[in-house]
Structure formats: structure tokens, C-alpha cells
Design a protein around this ligand. Structure first.
Ligand code: ARG
Length: 586
């Protein structure tokens, strides 16, 4: 199905050409949703921008365009307003037919894109010598949502976790593994517990013993030299880390399709990257280090800034590895779009590696590399969120606390309503609400801005929150239970009839879903989808307050049931694209 917006735009474009000739084939009709329902549903404002080019008054342009515009199947007769706007109002018959069409469609009218791309979403990419903390929440949540949305739109999505699995931090852990679990490398079954406990014990040894520190340093040297036994110990530590992190991903409901392709993967490719940069004449030696001098980046003295790609001791760094990843993703993965949902503090890093990637010819006009910078998560004090002990809050603690609070809220409600529910029910609802609330709170903020983390706000039943949306969904399921309605059996000869203002508003909102997803595909801002779902839920609640459903007479009754069902399905699909589950009852 074609989105209404796209359909109208192509009609307007055709009218421009018909009215003013083929020169206008590149002109933009500037079609936007109307700012006020008074003016209809859409506005075409292109006449203003064309006044100079055509040497005509905008109003005259608009009315000439109208003479050639055929939208009678979609809209009431359009009008010119103000200095030259064209107001477009969708016809009830068109809305009714569209709704009927999406009702029969499991994708709710969202067609897969005509040109699917191969896309990499680089997430959540933690450093695995340490436990995941609050800083990883946004890459997890936003990376997962973007990957789901792009995949749903038909793109071929590769989820690659660029884990920090190489280098100095592993020395301490390898040395500790050797000392505390001498059997670990014999290949026997081994229970290392979780990474946190293992890490704390290693750190304690490191802090209290200088011999141990030396052993850790040596382990790094041996790791980098590829010593087989050290490599094996490193693998055991990575496994432990990845297993611990996978548990967190499962708790969060992240896609199981995430693949670990960490820094170590690119390690063997690094010498070749340096050699190629050298061949291309991009490499400059500066105080023993190999660098690429960057355009547009200067140091305090105003001199061009070097990006070091090989240190004077021969070691490589984060940037070198990312350059190897760029090259590999282009040449081997044959990717067309790479998205990095990574903290805003890495803006310079990405701008620099993308620049080098372009100058080396790896990134071309056919490939889009985008860093989508993420703002920080702040405590109530406006500083980065800390745990009680003053370190960065552990990710798993945040998740568990949200679930515990959701459970407490639910239990209070059950007591109040005099309801009893099984333990399974309580556990399930608490999980869905707790995790959903954390994710939604994160996704509903513009990803570039920082936000204050508040359990009270994210778990509130009112406002732009997950619980509000979940309730709207549950409310519809309640209607079907109460009326003994099987939505799927409403059947083919049921019709949508729109009469009440609230029905029109809901119908229009329902039909905007695919436009919203296209917008997210382009600008990678999942908060747009949250805003849309929030608006849809509010519009539905107004409809629900104004329009009786089960008590109405047919054809209203069936039509309203259809609208309610479509709302629920849109919320369910929309939330699932954000990685959030719904509940049939709560
Ligand atoms: N491991 C890095 C960190 O925790 C993030 C990596 C992001 N991805 C990348 N290709 N650089 O800060």
C-alpha cells in the first residue's frame, strides 16, 4: 500500500509539471501535515518557494496548480488559502476504504521498502572486561529499536556488537584466572560464577600485590604476541563476559540476533590497514607514531590534529580497529548503511574515522556511515547516574529495580481492587511493565539529549509512558472480553463508517503509522514513533470516552469495534518495533 502522504505528493508533483512544464519536475510541493485540523489534513506550501522562479504571485501559482490537480479520489475539493497555501482534506470514503484495507493486512498497511539495503547496526558494543553499566542502556535500547524498525521495513539488518575484547584490561583477568583456576585451561567444566564476582576478586588481587600486577602486565604482552596459552585464557574470560551479558540482553528482551564481532576480530587486519593508508599517501610519521592529519580538526595552537593509528611502540588503538571495521564492512559485508548508536562523547572519534574512511576511498557516496550520538542518563542531581557506592550504576541493578517497583505497584493495585492473581501472572506483568518502562522512557527522549532517570515518572500511568500505552491496549482487550467479541471474526463484509469527530481523528491517526516509520527510517529518531503511539493512545481514549462501542447499533458498533481493534494492533506492532511487549491483562 502507498502512504497517503506519498500518494498526494506524487499527484502534486504531476500537477506542477502539467501546469508549468517539465522544468518543474524537480520542484518540491512542500507537502506537510496541516498545523491545525481547521485547515484540513495536509497543506502544500510549495507555491511560496516557486514565486521567484516562475515570476508569479504565490496565490496565482497555487490556483493554477489546483486547475491541474486531480485528487478527487482522496480529498474533498481543495482550496487555496492565505498567501498561497493549498489545503487538503481527506474524504471520509477514502479514509474508510484505507482502514478496511489495513484491517486485512498483518503489516497494517506498511509496505516493505522497494530498495532494501544491507544495514549494520553496531550495538550494544560494551567493553567486556567489566560489567555493563548505565552507559550501556541507551546503546542497547536504541540500537535494538532501530534494528527492529529497519528490519521490519524490509532491510537486511546485521546486528554487530563491536565489543571491547582486547588489550590491557584483560591482563588482570587472565592473570587471575591462571592463579585462581589453574584447571581452567585444562578444558574441564568450570564454574566461574558471574563476571562481577570474578572481576572484583581479580581487582582485589591487583590492588594488593605488586607481583600480581607484573603478571597482569606480562599477560597483556603475551596476549598481543599471540601466545597460545594466553589466548586460551583470554577466551575463557571473554566467554564468561559474553555469557553474563547475554543474560542481561535476555532480561531486556534484546534481539537474539546480536552477533559478537569484537575488536579482537579485526586485530589480524590492522597491519594491512596501516599499509594501505601508507600506500594511499595518507600516513605521516610524527614523533615515532604513525598518523593521518585531519582536515578541519585543529589543536589549541591551531595546528592540524593528527589521528594516531599506530603508536610509537607499534601498538594499535581504538581508531585503528574502527578503521579496519569500516573497511571490512564495506568490502566483505558489502553494507550500504552503518549506524552507530554510541554516546555523544564519541562524536569526534566518529567524525575522524569517517573522514579517514572517506579519504581512503572505503566510504563512498554509495555507503552511509552515521554516528547517532546518544545523550547521557542523569541522576536527579543532574549528574551522570551513580550507584550508592558512587560508581556508574550497574545496568542489571537498574533493570531489577524497575521490575521490583513495577511489582510493588501491581501488588498495591491488586489489594486495592480486591483481586488475586497467580505468582506467574505477577512475575510476568512486573517484567513486562518494568522493562517496558525503562526502555520507553529512554526511547521517548530525543536520543541526542540527556535525560533524568526517574522510576516514578517512567512507571506512571499517566503521560507519555509505557504503562499508559499498555493500558490503552489492555482496554481494547477488555472490550472484546466483555462483549465476547472475536476481532478476527469481524469479517470481510464489516465496514468502517466515520461520523463522529472522534472517529475521524482516530481514523487519521491510524493511517499515519507508515508515514511515521518512514520518518524514523530516514532520521533514526525512535522518539517519533513514541510520540505517535502516545498521540494515537490519547486519540483512542477520547474516542472511547465519547463514542459508545458495545451499546451502539450497527453499522456503528462493528465499525467502532474495528477502529478499536486497529488501534490495539497498531500499538502492539509499534511497541514491538521498540522492543516492548504488550499484556492482554494487567
Ligand atoms: N566499546 C565502546 C565503548 O564501550 C563502544 C564501541 C562502539 N562501536 C564502535 N564501532 N566504535 O565505549
Amino acid at each position: 500500500m502507498n502512504s497517503t502522504l506519498a500518494l498526494l505528493r506524487s499527484r502534486l508533483e504531476a500537477a506542477l509539471v502539467a501546469a508549468f512544464g517539465p522544468d518543474l519536475a524537480d520542484a518540491d510541493p512542500v507537502l506537510v501535515p496541516a498545523s491545525n485540523p481547521k485547515f484540513g489534513d495536509y497543506q502544500a506550501n510549495g507555491a511560496m518557494g516557486l514565486a521567484k522562479r516562475l515570476g508569479m504571485a504565490p496565490k496565482a501559482i497555487a490556483s493554477q496548480l489546483l486547475d491541474h490537480l486531480d485528487v478527487s479520489d482522496l480529498c474533498d475539493p481543495p482550496e487555496v488559502a492565505g498567501p498561497g497555501f493549498i489545503n487538503l482534506r481527506l474524504k471520509p470514503e477514502y479514509l474508510e476504504a484505507q482502514l478496511k484495507a489495513i484491517q486485512a493486512n498483518p503489516r497494517l498497511g506498511v509496505a516493505p521498502v522497494a530498495n532494501p539495503k544491507r544495514v549494520i547496526v553496531d550495538y550494544p558494543s560494551p567493553n567486556i572486561a567489566k560489567e555493563m553499566h548505565v552507559g550501556h542502556l541507551r546503546p542497547c535500547v536504541i540500537g535494538d529499536a532501530l534494528a527492529r524498525i529497519l528490519e521490519f521495513l524490509g532491510h537486511d539488518v546485521l546486528r554487530l556488537s563491536h565489543i571491547g575484547d582486547w588489550g590491557t584490561p584483560f591482563g588482570m583477568l587472565i592473570a587471575y584466572l591462571r592463579e585462581a583456576y589453574p584447571d581452567a585451561l585444562a578444558g574441564g567444566e568450570l564454574d566461574l560464577g558471574d563476571l562481577a564476582t570474578f572481576y572484583r576478586a581479580a581487582k582485589k588481587r591487583f590492588d594488593e600485590d605488586t607481583d600480581f600486577q607484573e603478571a597482569a602486565r606480562l599477560a597483556v604482552v603475551k596476549l598481543q604476541a599471540g601466545d597460545p596459552e594466553t589466548i586460551q585464557a583470554w577466551k575463557v574470560v571473554c566467554d564468561l563476559s559474553n555469557r553474563t551479558n547475554r543474560k542481561i540482553f535476555d532480561l531486556m528482551g534484546l534481539s537474539p540476533k546480536i552477533q559478537e564481532r569484537g575488536e579482537s576480530f579485526y586485530n589480524p587486519l590492522l597491519p594491512d590497514v596501516i599499509a594501505e593508508l601508507d600506500r594511499l599517501g595518507l600516513l605521516v610519521e610524527d614523533q615515532g607514531a604513525k598518523c593521518v592529519f585531519l582536515d578541519g580538526f585543529t589543536n589549541k595552537e591551531g595546528k592540524p590534529l593528527p589521528l594516531i593509528v599506530q603508536k610509537s611502540d607499534g601498538g594499535y588503538n581504538y581508531a585503528t580497529t574502527d578503521l579496519a571495521a569500516i573497511r571490512y564492512r564495506v568490502t566483505e559485508d558489502r553494507v550500504q548503511r552503518v549506524i552507530y548508536p554510541v554516546g555523544a562523547e564519541q562524536i569526534n572519534h566518529f567524525a575522524q574515522i569517517f573522514q579517514v574512511g572517506k579519504r581512503a576511498g572505503w566510504i563512498t557516496d554509495e555507503t552511509e556511515f552515521v554516528h547517532t550520538p546518544l545523550g547521557n542518563i542523569l541522576g536527579e542531581d543532574g549528574k551522570k547516574l551513580k550507584s550508592r557506592s558512587g560508581e556508574a550504576a550497574r545496568l542489571v541493578d537498574l533493570l531489577e529495580e524497575a521490575i521490583a517497583r513495577a511489582r510493588a505497584d501491581l501488588e498495591a493495585r491488586l489489594t486495592e481492587e480486591n483481586r488475586t492473581e497467580s505468582e506467574d501472572f505477577i512475575v510476568h506483568v512486573a517484567n513486562v511493565v518494568g522493562i517496558g518502562a525503562i526502555k520507553y522512557a529512554d526511547l521517548s527522549q530525543n536520543r541526542t539529549s540527556s535525560y533524568i532517570f526517574s522510576y516514578d515518572k517512567m512507571l506512571a500511568l499517566q503521560g507519555n509512558t509505557a504503562p499508559y500505552m499498555l493500558y490503552a491496549y489492555v482496554r481494547v482487550q477488555g472490550i472484546s472480553r466483555k462483549g465476547g467479541i472475536d476481532f478476527e471474526a469481524l469479517g470481510d463484509n464489516s465496514r468502517v463508517v466515520l461520523q463522529d469527530e472522534a472517529e475521524f481523528a482516530l481514523a487519521k491517526s491510524l493511517l499515519q503509522f507508515d508515514e511515521v516509520l518512514s520518518a524514523v527510517e530516514a532520521d533514526l529518531l525512535p522518539n517519533r514513533l513514541c510520540e505517535y503511539l502516545f498521540d494515537l493512545s490519547k486519540t483512542f481514549n477520547q474516542f472511547y470516552d465519547r463514542c459508545p462501542i458495545l451499546q451502539a447499533e450497527d453499522p456503528q458498533r462493528t465499525s467502532r469495534l474495528l477502529l478499536a481493534d486497529l488501534t490495539a494492533r497498531t500499538i502492539k506492532l509499534g511497541l514491538s518495533l521498540l522492543g516492548i511487549q504488550v499484556l492482554e491483562r494487567m
